[in-house]
Design a protein around this ligand. Structure first.
Ligand code: TEU
Length: 560
């Protein structure tokens, strides 16, 4: 077996900086605030912190629209604050991943400001400009954030491409000067000592030749470009060049966000021997409850079915084993809160359910990612009015599907938003039961979840049975048992629609992991009574009757 890389034994903690900890009372999280909370992240046992974008940005998409890659967004602090954060993290043995957003920039970036000036500007070909076709957009592509993926620029009478908001023009990766500029940005941060990158929609950078129309569902206003653009012809070449020019010169970790990724593409672009990226964020499990009306995409109010969830998580485990490396996540800044989405946030069961989900994921092969607040069992915000939303994805979808196209009524769309919006993940971190949960002593940029007096770090740290201490134990087990990080995976009873059970095996060690995803008592006997010991369970007396699984009960048994 090839030598184990440090990121194969690591657990990553994701920080959405604007919602983590405010230090100066402006109501927005910042770098000094995060620095003050590093001991908490260390106490959890995480090894790496993934920091969502902190670069200068007009914040149309909360930092995913970058106007200067080499400057810190003033609301987060200064470059000196960043260096202090990085140095303090390293002193504590924590590594820092930055978020590399290079499929697009902000329209306020100097490159775009130049590019739009004239057709012969040296930066014109940094972006994707096309003449009108039949007096309108060059093709039928829709934006991920609703509307067309093209905007007309009167200055030069051409359209420019933006797969996301009009303030996020796509970079033209066919242009070697663009790639060179990206390599320089990456070196700028790596030479400061960061430990790697999470790469935003990195599999969208190679657009199809000729930019042909995309498949368009009956009645849809635009074509769905995602599948057409993902994993483009030259992606392999661009990632190879990135590795040759930058990545191979540093001992770092990379994870590529790849909408539409499959195990085959993950192995191709992030295989164990691929010498490109180390792993990918795939979207199969978080896309399971897509709306049957394809025009509505992800927006739905349906629960995820356990059989579907087991099928996708299991095949990613077996398909990548020995060939690629899984990222393991339930949620992030783009996804609703895990316990609400995949189990229940009913106060009667929430803590158990959060621990059960954590067991199910953290006992798998791969690198786990814990999103800020997930370690507390933070829940969806259960918003009820459009005025409570701030994310452009949510607001644009409502206006397009309800007001413009009349595909769905307002009440139904509000239910979809409550279930699926990114806003659920962006309510501020809940530190204690004081005003604004200790997140800020000013006016918070976004309203806190109403349940912060009950769900917060202060109460978690004083409760030995809290979700926090359970995550701490799971992370410690990963550090102690190679069978967890490196062992093979074998699912048991794929047709069981109440429990998720699997074996892990490495040399002479074998684990049995069983999770009850229901509110009922169930019995499952996989011969666990012969286990050497029970490693962890989410009920204090889980060891008494090894085959009994009470509501949301999970258990891990070790055989040797
Ligand atoms: O998200 C990429 C992406 O696929 C989005 O469509 C995301 O999955 C969707 O919002 C889920 O509903 C990345 C970033 O994670 C996201 O925050 C940015 O808004 C987006 O790229 C554009 O940079």
């Amino acid at each position: 077996m090839a030598e184990t890389k440090w990121w194969q034994k690591s657990v990553v903690y994701q920080v959405y900086p604007r919602s983590y900890q405010d230090s100066n009372g402006d109501g927005v999280g910042d770098l000094p605030g995060l620095t003050s909370r590093l001991p908490y992240i260390k106490q959890l046992g995480a090894d790496v912190i993934w920091l969502n974008p902190i670069y200068e940005s007009p914040d149309q998409d909360n930092g995913y629209d970058i106007s200067d890659y080499r400057k810190i967004q003033p609301v987060y602090g200064t470059m000196a604050d960043f260096q202090t954060l990085l140095d303090r993290a390293h002193e504590l043995g924590l590594k820092i991943l930055m978020d590399l957003v290079v499929n697009h920039t902000s329209d306020q970036h100097r490159w775009f400001q130049e590019s739009r000036k004239s057709k012969d500007n040296p930066y014109r070909d940094y972006y994707i400009w096309r003449d009108p076709k039949n007096g309108g957009e060059p093709n039928n592509w829709g934006s991920f954030f609703s509307g067309s993926a093209w905007s007309f620029d009167a200055q030069t009478k051409q359209y420019y491409l933006h797969l996301f908001a009009s303030g996020q023009p796509d970079l033209n990766w066919e242009n070697p000067a663009v790639r060179q500029s990206v390599w320089e940005v990456m070196r700028f941060w790596l030479d400061k000592g960061i430990d790697g990158f999470r790469m935003d929609v990195i599999n969208l950078i190679s657009k199809p030749q000729g930019l042909p129309d995309a498949p368009q569902a009956d009645g849809a206003a635009f074509g769905s470009a995602g599948a057409l653009v993902a994993n483009g012809l030259r992606l392999q070449e661009f990632l190879q060049e990135m590795n040759d020019q930058v990545l191979s010169h540093y001992d770092i970790m990379t994870v590529g966000e790849m909408p539409g990724a499959t195990p085959a593409s993950a192995i191709k672009y992030a295989g164990l021997d691929a010498k490109k990226l180390n792993m990918v964020f795939q979207f199969e499990h978080v896309g399971l409850s897509a709306n049957p009306d394809r025009r509505l995409g992800k927006w739905n109010d349906q629960p995820v079915k356990l059989l579907d969830l087991k099928k996708t998580l299991s095949h990613w485990q077996t398909d990548l084993d020995g060939k690629g490396w899984n990222s393991l996540y339930w949620n992030n800044h783009d996804q609703p809160r895990a316990v609400s989405r995949f189990a229940t946030d009913d106060p009667k069961y929430r803590v158990r359910a959060a621990k059960m989900l954590a067991t199910t994921l953290h006992m798998m092969q791969g690198t786990p990612y814990v999103y800020e607040g997930e370690e507390l069992g933070m829940t969806n915000a259960h918003l009820t009015a459009l005025s409570q939303y701030e994310d452009l994805e949510s607001l644009n979808a409502y206006h397009e599907f309800v007001d413009k196209e009349g595909l769905v009524d307002g009440k139904t769309m509000l239910a979809y938003l409550a279930n699926m919006s990114r806003d659920n993940a962006r309510t501020p971190m809940q530190w204690d039961n004081s005003d604004n949960a200790g997140f800020t002593n000013g006016h918070p940029w976004y309203a806190l979840n109403a349940n912060y007096p009950e769900i917060n770090v202060q109460s978690a740290l004083t409760d030995p049975d809290s979700v926090f201490y359970y995550y701490q134990k799971l992370i410690a087990l990963r550090h102690d048992f190679d069978v967890i990080s490196l062992g093979s995976f074998q699912e048991l009873d794929p047709h069981d629609d109440k429990a998720f059970a699997y074996f892990r095996q490495l040399q002479g060690q074998r684990l049995l992991v069983v999770s009850n995803f229901t509110k009922q008592n169930i019995r499952r006997d996989y011969n666990q009574q012969v286990a050497k010991k029970m490693l962890i369970g989410n009920y204090a007396d889980s060891g008494q009757d090894s085959a009994l699984f009470r509501p949301y009960e999970s258990k891990v048994f070790l055989y040797e």
